[in-house]
Design a protein around this ligand. Structure first.
Ligand code: BGC
Length: 388
């Protein structure tokens, strides 16, 4: 009996010794994991959980670091760029995109911060169009019009994500299957968007898609930039290689007219500060919210150049698309507070959304946006960063 008791005590001691060893092991393992995160550096992509959606699906966030000082964060919720940290002319880094540091910010109402926009970026008049005699009615989410793909567009869905790396770049490939009838659009559309951050500071957006029914498509990226990292956008110098823009009615639907920018506040063919003719645009609310008809002939030609004089940061846009929506954050009104506690007032940022012209499905004179079964939609846009 006594012997049995002492055996029991012995066993207990061994067991508690084993538990201690296990606990130490776990501790060491978790320190090692944390350290692995800390030592992530140039040329890496790291994935973490960003948060949970109301339906319990999980959004991840990817951190991409290149070898030239840029860190990009992207979540697979809406393919949103949440942060882009870029050095200025003195090597000081700032976050140059508007957004939030938690998923809840993106789940609450916000004007497409950092998002992939689709199935059709920009407006479709009255949310209606016709293809081959078939009439379609879309979800209307901007007065009577549809804006940026509807109520639950590509900016509000979870994309399947896969990271990738090459010798001189890091990236994330996002895929999404948009079902036939989603937001009123015809056809099952399989979309793939990849973000590649290169060591020469290019952020390349590559969009492709196929569909099993003819559908309009116009994918774009809706990041709001502020190359100073804070303040308003008015002192940014902008050049847009466009001698015409699409004239719009009071609901921002094109009238069909392509008007010369020459002699108007819309002329950015020679660089000028955003603030120079901002009030003269006469918009309500004030500012630029216009589709420029690019004079460029393809991805090799410079479409847009933005220079922020104090930081010396430069952003250049290259695209194979025929247009670009220049939007100066006119509807921002101080009701949203973003990262770093910054309040987003009117003109806090600007967007260059490369695209086909707004309402193309209803405008026979505009280049076509219809993707047919058997065809592949493919477009590329590059944002290039530097400082001097
Ligand atoms: C549109 C604006 C709109 C903004 C945010 C831009 O692309 O042109 O009119 O307010 O997106 O939704």
């Amino acid at each position: 009996m006594i012997k049995h008791h002492s055996n029991h005590v012995q066993m207990k001691k061994i067991l508690s010794f084993q538990i201690v060893i296990l606990a130490i092991g776990l501790q060491v393992f978790s320190i090692a994991c944390t350290q692995q995160e800390v030592v992530q550096g140039p040329g890496t992509v790291t994935k973490k959980v960003f948060g949970k959606l109301p339906d319990s699906s999980v959004a991840d966030i990817y951190t991409l670091i290149n070898h030239s000082g840029i860190t990009l964060k992207v979540t697979n919720y809406g393919g949103r760029i949440t942060s882009l940290i870029v050095p200025d002319k003195n090597g000081k880094s700032d976050d140059i995109v508007l957004g939030f540091d938690s998923l809840s910010g993106y789940l609450a109402a916000n004007p497409y911060f950092g998002a992939i926009v689709g199935r059709y970026g920009n407006r479709i008049a009255k949310g209606k169009f016709e293809i081959d005699g078939n009439k379609y009615t879309l979800a209307q989410n901007n007065g009577v019009n549809q804006l940026h793909g509807g109520i639950k567009g590509f900016d509000k869905v979870i994309w399947k994500a896969e990271d990738f790396k090459s010798e001189k770049s890091v990236g994330v490939k996002l895929s999404y299957l948009s079902h036939d009838g989603e937001e009123g659009y015809p056809g099952n559309l399989s979309a793939v968007v990849s973000y590649t951050l290169t060591d020469d500071n290019q952020l390349i957006f590559d969009y492709s898609a196929t569909s099993d029914k003819a559908t309009p498509i116009n994918l774009t990226q809706h990041s709001y930039f502020n190359l100073a990292g804070k303040g308003d956008n008015k002192s940014h110098d902008v050049m847009i290689s466009a001698s015409k823009y699409t004239v719009v009615d009071s609901t921002l639907i094109p009238t069909g007219e392509l008007r010369d920018v020459k002699g108007t506040p819309f002329d950015f063919t020679v660089a000028k500060p955003i603030g120079k003719d901002l009030v003269a645009t006469g918009g309500n609310p004030i500012g630029y919210d216009h589709n420029y008809v690019l004079d460029t002939k393809g991805i090799k030609d410079l479409a847009v150049r933005v220079v922020e004089p104090l930081s010396g940061r430069i952003m250049e846009v290259y695209t194979d698309q025929p247009g670009v929506q220049f939007y100066t954050g006119n509807f921002l009104d101080g009701t949203i507070t973003g990262k770093y506690g910054i309040v987003y007032n009117q003109h806090s940022g600007f967007c260059f959304e490369t695209q086909h012209f707004p309402d193309s499905p209803n405008q026979p004179t505009f280049p076509s946006t219809i993707l047919k079964p058997g065809e592949t939609y493919h477009t590329t846009t590059i944002y290039k960063f530097s400082a001097k």
